[in-house]
Ligand binder design. Structure first.
Ligand SMILES: [Zn+2]
Length: 247
């Protein structure tokens, strides 16, 4: 498939115009025109690019690409090395950020709901990135065990007041500051990837259970599902490379 046609397809499938993102969604770095082989990963790190070079892939598809709002536009240091490697090897870089968290089929939050078997999982409001749903009456320890088993990573747990968890809210990545939204949605527990110092006090004062289950760990699923979707619908082969990240 042509690299720009692939971009058009993905932009439409992921409804990129519905999101106010702080990065670019779509083709971020243009490579060779013909795409037959793709590598998917969470972050466009140099390690992922090196995999793509070794595997002679035409394109890299990631959740965390480049050009974040607020960062310096200068192409120096790490950014220079990454972009140079992509350009020299004529590899396309596609990045899909918030659209890949919120999508109802291949989004990280939708896939976490399946992984944790949450019933009636849905965004708390139209297009909201925070999702909620019902679970089978779990204790804080039960939920912690579910998370470590399913994500292969021990979560950091701030225990809340309630003994049983029935209503769960979650948002992949660094969504610790959506804690209040989760509380307002009536959740007994909130799960995200990361945690800040302030999150501890906020969770304690709200009395909600908070689980920092890993930014990378909660965002591994969407990009793989998107690769699978491309394989099924466009017939391009993809490979998911999980560059481990404990954060
Ligand atoms: Zn993220």
């Amino acid at each position: 498939v042509n690299n720009f046609e692939l971009e058009d397809y993905l932009n439409r499938y992921l409804h990129i115009t519905q999101y106010q993102d702080y990065t670019l969604n779509g083709l971020q770095i243009e490579g060779r025109p013909h795409v037959e082989k793709i590598i998917c990963g969470v972050t466009a790190s140099l390690a992922l690019i090196e995999h793509a070079i070794t595997e002679k892939t035409d394109a890299i598809l990631v959740h965390h690409g480049y050009f974040w709002k607020g960062e310096s536009p200068a192409i120096t240091a790490i950014k220079k090395r990454r972009i140079k490697a992509l350009l020299q090897n004529d590899i396309n870089l596609y990045g899909y950020h918030l659209p890949l968290d919120g999508h109802t089929e291949v989004g990280n939050n939708a896939l976490l709901a399946k992984l944790w078997r949450v019933e009636q999982a849905a965004p708390i409001a139209a297009c909201d990135l925070v999702w909620s749903g019902e679970v089978d009456d779990l204790s804080c320890d039960d939920l912690s065990a579910v998370l470590s088993r399913s994500l292969q990573r021990q979560p950091l747990v701030i225990k809340g007041g309630k003994h049983r968890i029935r209503r769960l809210a979650w948002c992949s990545g660094a969504a610790q500051d959506y804690l209040e939204k989760a509380v307002r949605s009536g959740a007994d527990a909130f799960i995200s990837g990361e945690i800040s110092e302030r999150t501890y006090h906020e969770a304690k004062e709200y009395g909600i259970h908070y689980f920092a289950a890993g930014h990378h760990a909660t965002e591994r699923y969407g990009i793989q599902a998107l690769g699978e979707h491309i394989r099924e619908n466009i017939g391009i082969e993809y490979q998911f490379i999980d560059c481990p990240n404990p954060v």
